[in-house]
Each structure stands twice: as structure tokens, then as C-alpha cells.
Write a new protein. Structure first.
Length: 273
């Protein structure tokens, strides 16, 4: 059983919802990322989504775009991100790590080379934003050979046919984008989210995480009542940006924020039970 599947199975048995934070690797400096990953786990993160810096992050809003720019200015590339995961694994062999990014850096490295290197580093899966299911078969099979999951996005506009196509190739979990637009955009409509999750679960037998638009404990608790995972990105990256000139403060500030989210999520789940 993969780390991702095992994590969701344990949480399901305990009646809990996963907390998945997103950060951009190397933002604002490469030295921050690994200590931040450990601090997020200590604060209650169940899986870490680690962004791979890329020059054209078309799915990301301005907050994460600026994070990518800061990381690229520090010279952070895909191989550096894999090295960060490898160093994280020196102390943590349990928490799943999923890389989030775009196809170009993987193609430059080569699918098979990337898959082997990611597996060796301790990566558990990848969310490649610009690889639709119709075009991702080679990447899916290459990752599966190495035991890696390929996570796919679903949106409010995804119809039944699209959900079915993604369900046929996705593994680990699926990521439901709760609002239309880029990361950090829009406001949560939890009733609409719940209705869409029912539609997704009718076709896909995988955990469903919900992200985009979750900014605080209240939003996290609302999503936790209906989803298998709460995914938070821009709200964290914005805090990192505010502390870019004092990076030593970042792990504790982000950790404190995540601790609040963790409490809100657990409270919502307990109330539901």
C-alpha cells in the first residue's frame, strides 16, 4: 500500500479529514523548505503538496506566481526540489509528499528519469496541471512503474464524461477545485461543493481533496465536513511572502496557522460524527 493510500485509510478509520498544505519549494530561499516541511507536519499536516517552480504557472494566481518567481530567482529547479524531498525523508519516512507543477520540467528531464529520481527521493505522487487524461497515458504508466500516483484536478465545470475519464487514470486522490479561476480566487460555496463531491464520488472510488478559496479555519471546517482532505495553498504562501525578508520566522508562523486549521478541521469532523 502506498503512503498516500495508507494515510487516507488511517484517517478514514479515525473519522478524520486530511490537512494538505501547499508551499512552493525554494520560496523565499532553498534553506527554508525542508525545516518548513517538518514544522508543517508537527502542526498537523497529513500530506505535503510541494510546488515545483516553473516560469509559466498558468493555473496559479498572483500569490503563488510570485512565490515561483522568488524560487526561480534563487536558482531552484526540479532536481533541487527532489533533493529537498530526499533530505526531508532523512527524518520523516511516513508523511506523503506530492509534487505539484507543470509538464515542461518533467519533459526536459525525461519521464522515465523523473519517475526513477522521484521514487528514489521519496516522492509519492505528482499533480501535473497541464497534462489532461487524454494525453497523460505515457506519464501515468511511467509513474506507476515506480509506484507513484498521478493526481488529477476536477473543476466545477467538469461534466460526468470528464469525471469518468479522470477516474479511469487517477490514483492516490483527486483534487477538486472548489471555485472557478486560478489559485486564491473566489469564495467558497460549500453547498455547491458538497453537491459536486457527490457527483464525483458516484464515479470515482478515491479520496477527494478540496482546495482553492480556503483562507481560514472557518472555511477549512466547512470543507472538512464534506471532503476527505482540505487543501490550503495561497493562504500559506501569502504568509510566507510577508516574511520573505525574515525567513527564519516562516516555519513557526506557518506552523501556528496550520495548527489553527487542524483544530478547526478536527472540530468539524467531531461535530459531524
Amino acid at each position: 500500500m502506498s503512503r498516500i493510500a495508507g494515510m487516507f485509510e488511517r484517517l478514514r478509520a479515525d473519522g478524520r479529514t486530511a490537512l494538505i498544505p501547499f508551499v512552493t519549494a525554494g520560496d523565499p530561499t532553498p534553506d527554508v523548505t525542508v525545516p518548513l516541511m517538518h514544522r508543517m507536519v508537527a502542526a498537523g499536516a497529513d500530506l505535503i503538496e510541494l510546488g515545483v517552480p516553473f516560469s509559466d504557472p498558468i493555473a496559479d494566481g498572483p500569490v503563488i506566481q510570485r512565490a515561483t518567481e522568488r524560487a526561480l530567482a534563487q536558482g531552484v529547479r526540479l532536481r533541487d526540489v527532489l533533493d529537498m524531498v530526499r533530505r526531508f525523508r532523512d527524518e520523516n519516512t511516513d508523511t506523503p509528499v506530492v509534487l505539484m507543477g507543470y509538464l515542461n520540467p518533467i519533459e526536459v528531464m525525461g519521464n522515465a528519469v523523473f519517475a526513477r529520481a522521484a521514487h528514489a527521493a521519496g516522492v509519492d505522487g505528482a499533480l501535473v496541471v497541464d497534462v489532461p487524461p487524454e494525453e497523460g497515458h505515457d506519464l501515468v504508466e511511467t509513474l506507476r512503474v515506480q509506484g507513484l500516483d498521478l493526481v488529477y484536478l476536477l473543476a466545477p465545470t467538469s461534466d460526468a464524461e470528464r469525471i469518468g475519464r479522470i477516474g479511469a487514470v487517477a490514483s492516490g486522490f483527486v483534487y477538486y477545485v472548489s471555485v472557478k479561476g486560478v489559485t486564491g480566487a473566489g469564495n467558497l460555496d460549500v453547498e455547491s461543493v458538497a453537491a459536486k463531491l457527490a457527483e464525483i464520488r458516484a464515479q470515482i472510488d478515491l479520496p477527494v481533496g478540496v482546495g482553492f478559496g480556503i483562507k481560514d479555519g472557518h472555511g477549512a471546517a466547512q470543507v472538512a465536513a464534506v471532503a476527505d482532505a482540505v487543501i490550503v495553498g495561497s493562504a500559506i504562501v501569502g504568509r510566507i511572502e510577508a516574511l520573505a525578508d525574515t525567513p527564519e520566522r516562516i516555519p513557526d508562523v506557518v506552523g501556528d496557522f496550520l495548527s489553527g486549521l487542524r483544530s478547526a478541521i478536527d472540530g468539524a469532523v467531531k461535530a459531524r460524527v
